[in-house]
Design a protein around this ligand. Structure first.
Ligand SMILES: NC(=O)c1ccc[n+]([C@@H]2O[C@H](COP(=O)([O-])OP(=O)(O)OC[C@H]3O[C@@H](n4cnc5c(N)ncnc54)[C@H](O)[C@@H]3O)[C@@H](O)[C@H]2O)c1
Length: 247
């Protein structure tokens, strides 16, 4: 059990990649406080996990949620070793049609909660020589069409991850980023609503399939949260079937 004795916070843990990470962490012995706004899915996952997972309804776009989330993890499981900033909502539009509201949605659910939670959890992470795992996207790395508000927030997340990696190395807190590709409920709905998109996406993916939230993305998150990754910090890991090669 590679995460035995560790306590993790996972945002957006009731669905998609977040749920895959929660399941993968639980199988490796971690205790997880997972946060979402989808209560039906959250309580169903809590039941599935038995005592390993605790669901908390919290809207991460509200700054005060950060302190509440960290306090809930400490109350439930005594400490925090791992912070996974996974949830992120956004809307697509060409740049010329991108509104302030779209920027606010993407930064308000992606960049700001990542920053607030990193600050709120820092004392716990430093006390436990912990790990932060943040989420980027190929949309940001490549500047994909119609993704202006999302791409900007995702690259801002990578930027503060590098700063935190440098600043928090003194505390032995490592900070890394996953850029995933996975068949979540959202991606499934998107490819179903846009015929031909799946073929286009898979044509750019050498491994020629979408990742699985638990066995492909969750397992890499387990590695980053484990002692095996303690000499890695400030890195972006492409977990996308080979679609993008960082150099
Ligand atoms: N799925 C992919 O292929 C892909 C590709 C690139 C990047 N990503 C990134 O990976 C991460 C996970 O993606 P996903 O596809 O699983 O997303 P998703 O939209 O399927 O799931 C996100 C979860 O976050 C929750 N959530 C949304 N807003 C919230 C809020 N304000 N407070 C609390 N919870 C909230 C949702 O209820 C949902 O359970 C995101 O950061 C996403 O940008 C995903």
């Amino acid at each position: 059990m590679r995460l035995a004795g560790k306590v993790a916070i996972v945002t957006g843990g009731a669905g998609g990649i977040g749920r895959g990470i929660v399941r993968a962490f639980a199988k490796e012995g971690a205790k997880i406080l997972f946060v979402d706004i989808n209560d039906d899915a959250g309580t169903a996952l809590e039941d599935e996990l038995g005592g390993a997972g605790r669901y908390l309804h919290a809207d991460i776009s509200k700054e005060e949620s950060a302190a509440t989330i960290v306090a809930a993890a400490v109350e439930a499981f005594g400490k925090v070793d791992v912070l996974v900033n996974n949830a992120h909502a956004s809307r697509q539009a060409p740049l010329l049609e991108t509104t302030q509201e779209m920027l606010d949605l993407s930064f308000g659910t992606g960049f700001y909660p990542t920053f607030w939670l990193m600050k709120a959890a820092h004392a716990q992470l430093a006390a436990n020589e912990g790990s932060v795992i943040n989420f980027a996207s190929g949309a940001g790395l490549e500047g994909q069409l119609t993704q202006g508000s999302y791409a900007a927030a995702k690259e801002a997340i990578r930027a503060i991850s590098r700063v935190a990696a440098n600043e928090w190395a003194a505390d032995n807190v490592n900070v890394n980023v996953i850029s995933p590709l996975a068949l979540t409920e959202g991606v499934k709905a998107y490819v179903e609503a846009n015929p031909g998109v799946e073929e286009v996406l898979l044509a750019k993916t050498p491994l020629h399939r979408f990742g699985d939230p638990e066995s492909d993305i969750g397992r890499v998150a387990v590695f980053l949260a484990s002692e095996d990754a303690s000499y890695m910090t400030g890195q972006t890991l492409m977990v996308d079937g080979g679609s993008i090669k960082l150099r």
